[in-house]
Design a protein around this ligand. Structure first.
Ligand SMILES: Cc1cc2nc3c(=O)[nH]c(=O)nc-3n(C[C@H](O)[C@H](O)[C@H](O)COP(=O)(O)OP(=O)(O)OC[C@H]3O[C@@H](n4cnc5c(N)ncnc54)[C@H](O)[C@@H]3O)c2cc1C
Length: 456
């Protein structure tokens, strides 16, 4: 266990429950499987994709082609679940970068002061997921069943006016509808099938209500390419992040990953600022954000992939915790519960925090688990959701916010970042909030607020 966090109710000596099924072997599903392995004799992870995909980026996780920063808050949970994980990935070629001294981060037009605040692991999403999957596969009682799609829940108990009282398993089939369906019994089914929200729709199929959904349309598009870059050609920083501003709703992330490859991800809010996918225009767009030096170095570098694009229409949060009735035996986690605008890089960390909450909630057994879990998950999601949606609402391109409110938010973010450019204490508070290592309440400390007010 990670030395920084001890469990209040360790499982030692308690009998385990029978069988749990996790649907989806993304980061959310793999973390959930690790959490469940402490409580169940048998855990089966079902994944629609055939694993591993030869190209690295899987059909089911197309976002894997784009930069995936694992914030230190997420890395801490993975380290707690799998001791030595960070060093294993670094030894396997991953880049460890000093935060903030080896990173060049510009938020809302100001460069974050480069104070040393620990280290961050930089790897590609397929590399992270492959290593995580191997760790999960090695856990006692955990099995993986790739190439199978979950199609429907199996209800349990007498069907009352609100549907069955619980779920006792799931139906599986080969993707594409070929072959017979298989019914698999389980004491707990975990939906980690991503942002499409099948678990929510399943509640309706079971005769329950679907959760209320908070949705913020952002219309963000990504375009990314990986390069092999000669050492030193991109300067001393191991990662560069240029965030969007209200006047220029475009951003770029350039990070060194495993095997000395660099990934460049570009993004923009709204159709006019979506990044291009033609190689020349892609690097022109990059040059406007990163400067001519970086774009020339990338022009001279060897691309190791084509340019992939991804459209992210809206952040979505499903408020399961507010439902009056929740059937036992089914919970949703990861993006299925809350999908955050990826430009803030918090999705994997939040999925890991939810898995930790699931593990802790299982200490009190299976009856009533969904309600306990969704309450705990709502706490894990609240601040990342608040932070990302406030930042998005400060952008004039994001519809639905009154211009006065958007203007006030924009001024608050700009002033905070101006202070963070000069004041190490404010830089640390900003970093701790965005990396999910500390509480955003640090930003409300009197000395931080005073510094921000001075930089208005
Ligand atoms: C462009 C982009 C960039 C991102 N960058 C970052 C970043 O920098 N940092 C960060 O922390 N997060 C980032 N994210 C978010 C991150 O990808 C997710 O939040 C995180 O991986 C958790 O997702 P998940 O495991 O819940 O779902 P997913 O990753 O979507 O995985 C769902 C899995 O379920 C499987 N599946 C779906 N349906 C079925 C079915 N019926 N039966 C069986 N299996 C099924 C899929 O094949 C897939 O493997 C980014 C997202 C995007 C879109």
């Amino acid at each position: 266990m990670h030395p920084g966090r001890s469990r209040s109710h360790p499982r030692a000596g308690r009998p385990k429950a029978g069988h749990a099924i996790v649907l989806g072997a993304g980061i959310g599903g793999l973390c959930a499987a690790r959490a469940l392995s402490e409580h169940f004799e048998q855990v089966t992870v079902v994944e629609r994709d055939v694993l591993p995909m030869p190209s690295g980026v899987r059909h089911g996780v197309p976002q894997g082609a784009h930069v995936h920063s694992l914030t230190p808050g997420g890395a801490e949970v993975l380290e707690e679940f799998f001791p030595g994980f960070t060093d294993e990935l670094a030894a396997g070629g991953g880049t460890l970068a000093g935060a903030l001294d080896e990173l060049d981060i510009v938020f809302f037009g100001s460069r974050l002061r480069q104070v040393p605040l620990g280290r961050v692991l930089q790897v590609s999403r397929p590399f992270l997921e492959d290593r995580l999957r191997e760790r999960v596969r090695a856990l006692p009682g955990v099995g993986l069943r790739p190439g199978l799609e979950a199609t429907a829940p199996i209800g349990a108990g007498p069907a009352g006016p609100d549907g069955p009282t619980g779920v006792r398993g799931v139906r599986l089939a080969r993707p594409g509808g070929s072959g017979a369906e298989e019914a698999v019994e389980a004491d707990l089914v975990v939906d980690a099938m991503g942002r499409a929200g099948r678990g929510a729709a399943w509640l309706r199929a079971l005769g329950c209500q679907e959760p209320a959904t908070a949705r913020l349309t952002v219309d963000v598009a990504y375009a990314s390419c990986r390069y092999r870059v000669p050492p030193g050609a991109l300067g001393p920083a191991k990662g560069v992040l240029i965030g969007a501003t209200q006047d220029r709703p475009r951003g770029a992330v350039l990070t060194r990953q495993e095997g000395d490859a660099w990934v460049l991800s570009l993004y923009g809010f709204g159709k006019d600022d979506h990044p291009p996918v033609s190689p020349e225009r892609f690097l022109d767009f990059a040059g406007e954000l990163l400067g001519a030096g970086a774009s020339n170095a990338l022009r001279a570098a060897e691309p190791i992939t084509g340019i992939s694009s991804y459209r992210y229409p809206a952040s979505v949060r499903r408020d399961f915790h507010r439902l009056r009735r929740l059937p036992d035996g089914l919970v949703s986690t990861g993006d299925a519960l809350c999908s955050l605008n990826p430009i803030y890089g918090a999705g994997m960390a939040v999925a890991a925090l939810e898995a930790r909450a699931l593990r802790d909630c299982l200490d009190n057994g299976l009856p009533g688990l969904p309600r306990r879990f969704y309450r705990a998950a709502a706490r894990a999601v609240r601040l990342p959701w608040l932070f990302s949606t406030m930042a998005d609402r400060s952008m004039p391109q994001v519809p639905g916010t009154h211009p006065v409110v958007a203007g006030l938010l924009a001024r608050a973010f700009r002033a905070t970042m101006r202070a963070a450019a000069e004041d190490a204490r404010v830089a640390a508070a900003v970093w701790n909030a965005v990396s999910l290592t500390g509480s955003p309440a640090e930003l409300a400390r009197p000395r931080v607020v005073a510094s921000v007010l001075r930089h208005r």
